[in-house]
Design a protein around this ligand. Structure first.
Ligand SMILES: Cc1ncc(C[n+]2csc(CCOP(=O)(O)OP(=O)(O)O)c2C)c(N)n1
Ligand SMILES: [Mg+2]
Length: 332
């Protein structure tokens, strides 16, 4: 079940390249002033694409943080909508979360764990078979919200996969300075569910581990913590300067092999892709990226009243007053 077909392998390769090429362009576009900010995923593509490819978008639901570009690519989330979070036009993205099975992006570290657990409880109460996949960073595991989410999920045996991307850093804080006991995966035992360490730079291993964890949750056997070990190669975000807390030598020593180069070499050797396919994917991506850039440089005007409309399902009278005040100014 966990072995991908040749067609699925080609999709994995295409998604890895898409995630990499878009990531590189987004950093450039931020430097060109086209978007205000971006948190790069360079080097984390295998962890992201492998996990995203394992999620069944007809039944399951992804609860991302802010660094899940490759998951969104692999799940086929509308990319211009997703980028609404990073182009500054819409906090959390403009994609349709329900249709995409991919929630708005979360910048509040740890907050998406309880969301995933709540959704999983809803599946249980409605007698449905969906599995929630919460994406949490190594730093996110130090948050109280994550503890509460894992504790309740373990206690109630809920269908949740806690996919922890351990990229060794939480902005400037290394894993060693914030993980008591020295191991993220070991925490699962305290919540009464299994923990699995996977090489986060091996897309096939990540996909297989995530498929297994989702299948287990769907069988009613409860949560799994997956610790995908990878490395954040660049800055935390385009506003960050990693030379303040680590050297380039540190980075080169610790980063390991590039996950995209690794999978390309492996897939070529096994004959699931060939050099013509590799070139065709590059060409396809160039066209795709030009289209995205075109949209980002000429955004459609937005109605400012959106600021007020989606804060609450039922707006408060204060909010309505503020909207009316704002409308007077907007009409001038
Ligand atoms: C509740 C909360 N505290 C602090 C921050 C500031 N902050 C943003 S990202 C981040 C580090 C998160 O690290 P990790 O969970 O390892 O994810 P990574 O950025 O490495 O992908 C912090 C502390 C925040 N956004 N939310
Ligand atoms: Mg981290």
């Amino acid at each position: 079940m966990a072995d991908p077909s040749p067609a699925q392998e080609r999709d994995l390769y295409r998604d890895l390249v898409a995630a990499r090429r878009l990531d590189v362009e987004l950093v450039r576009w931020q430097r060109q002033g086209i978007i205000p900010a971006f948190p790069p995923s360079f080097g984390q593509e295998a962890a992201q694409v492998g996990a995203g490819a394992a999620i069944d978008p007809t039944r399951d639901f992804a609860f991302p943080m802010y660094r899940e570009l490759g998951v969104a690519v692999a799940m086929g989330v509308d990319m211009l909508g997703y980028l609404g979070n990073h182009d500054g036009s819409w906090n959390g993205g403009r994609h349709d979360p329900v249709a995409s099975r991919f929630t708005p992006l979360q910048s509040v570290v740890g907050s998406n764990g309880p969301h995933a657990v709540g959704w999983a409880l809803g599946q249980r109460l409605d007698d449905r078979e969906g599995v929630a996949v919460a994406f949490i960073g190594d730093g996110g595991t130090s948050q109280g919200d994550t503890h509460e989410a894992m504790n309740v999920a373990g206690l109630w045996n809920l269908p949740v996969v806690f996919f922890v991307t351990n990229n060794r850093w939480a902005i400037s804080v290394p894993e060693s300075s914030q993980v008591a006991g020295g191991s993220i995966v070991a925490r699962a035992a305290g919540y009464g569910f299994p923990g699995v360490v996977v090489d986060g730079d091996d897309v096939l291993a990540v996909r297989a581990a995530t498929i297994a964890a989702i299948a287990r949750a769907r069988r009613g056997e409860g949560p799994t913590l997956i610790e995908a070990q990878t490395y954040r190669r660049g800055p935390h975000a385009t506003s960050d300067d990693p030379s303040r807390y680590r050297t380039l030598d540190d980075e080169r020593r610790d980063a390991g092999e590039d996950p995209l180069d690794r999978y390309r070499a492996d897939a070529l050797e096994r004959g699931v892709i060939d050099t013509a396919f590799v070139q065709a994917v590059e060409d396809e991506m160039t066209t795709w990226l030009e289209g995205i850039r075109g949209h980002l440089v000429s955004p459609a005007p937005r109605d400012g009243s959106e600021m007020f409309d989606f804060v609450y399902a039922e707006p408060t009278s204060e909010l309505l007053d503020q909207k009316a005040e704002w409308a007077k100014g907007a009409a001038l």
